[in-house]
Design a protein. Structure first.
Length: 183
């Protein structure tokens, strides 16, 4: 999944590619690609510097953070990335000549080597950026029972929720005595 830059002669070149989900069959613990990946971009060339503007679309399989069930999560992520040749002077000022430095805060800049851009890494990064902080199969997901572990979305469990804090045992005994005195 590499983009060869040597045949690119025009200032703008459109690139459309489709990849099978099996091409992303790495052991990702956060997601799994379950649909074909459509990559559509335009490569803007400025001497040895490139700008890739486009979108990546697919469906990821995530695990719900409440009920732990897998669910499909469609993504359509636009991107605008700049690529500089390895060893290029990226520091606008104060950097040494030939120093390849990208600031941590600048996520839209990367380097390429051997006249190739790794599109697999580009798409993988965009997938991670598209992930929600707390993936939910649906907004009203009820999650799992804290006592028996049953999925509360499927059916209510028969557990009686009872929580006691040992620090409040003295207060509980006072309340119990008072309830008996009122009777």
């Amino acid at each position: 999944m590499r983009l060869d830059l040597t045949p690119l002669r025009q200032a703008e070149t459109p690139v459309d590619r489709q990849y099978a989900p099996e091409a992303f069959a790495h052991d990702h613990e956060d997601f799994r690609v379950v649909a074909p990946v459509l990559l559509s971009l335009v490569v803007h060339k400025d001497h040895e510097r490139y700008r890739l503007v486009g979108q990546v679309q697919t469906t990821l399989e995530l695990t719900c953070s409440r009920c732990l069930e897998p669910f499909a999560y469609p993504v359509a992520v636009p991107f605008d990335l700049r690529y500089f040749p390895e060893g290029a002077d990226l520091a606008p000022s104060g950097g040494e000549e030939g120093e390849s430095r990208v600031e941590d805060s600048d996520t839209s800049v990367s380097v390429y080597r051997d006249d190739e851009i790794d599109l697999g890494a580009l798409m993988h990064e965009q997938f991670y950026l598209a992930l929600p902080m707390k993936p939910l199969c649906r907004e009203a997901c009820k999650g799992l029972c804290a006592q028996c572990g049953a999925n509360l979305n499927e059916a209510p469990c028969q557990c009686v929720p009872e929580w006691s804090d040992p620090r409040l045992a003295g207060l509980k005994s006072v309340l119990t005595e008072r309830k008996h005195d009122d009777a």
